[in-house]
Design a protein around this ligand. Structure first.
Ligand SMILES: [Ca+2]
Length: 94
């Protein structure tokens, strides 16, 4: 059983950090958080880029807001599709 984990590496003028700067574990066993993780730009207009992360187990996608100190570790919005046959959360986040 795995809850999954979403990782993020922050960049700097010298490149990416060697260790992840942002780590968010899944909410429960077999959650599979981080099946897909994608930068989505600054969707809320606060000047900091945000990310979206899918969880394969429950057909959800979660938005984590950026800030001056980095990405939040609690999601601010989640989206889901009640019909599992839609495959929502299990494909690429394009
Ligand atoms: Ca933002």
């Amino acid at each position: 059983m795995t809850s999954g984990v979403a990782y993020g590496w922050y960049g700097s003028s010298t490149g990416l950090n060697s260790n992840p700067s942002w780590i968010v574990p899944g909410l429960s066993p077999n959650f599979y958080l981080g099946f897909n993780t994608k930068g989505i730009g600054d969707v809320d207009g606060d000047g900091f880029d945000d990310v979206i992360v899918s969880a394969m187990s429950n057909y959800h996608a979660y938005v984590y807001r950026g800030s001056a100190s980095g990405l939040a570790t609690s999601f601010t919005r989640n989206y889901y599709q009640a019909d599992p046959s839609s495959g929502f959360g299990t494909g690429w986040l394009d």
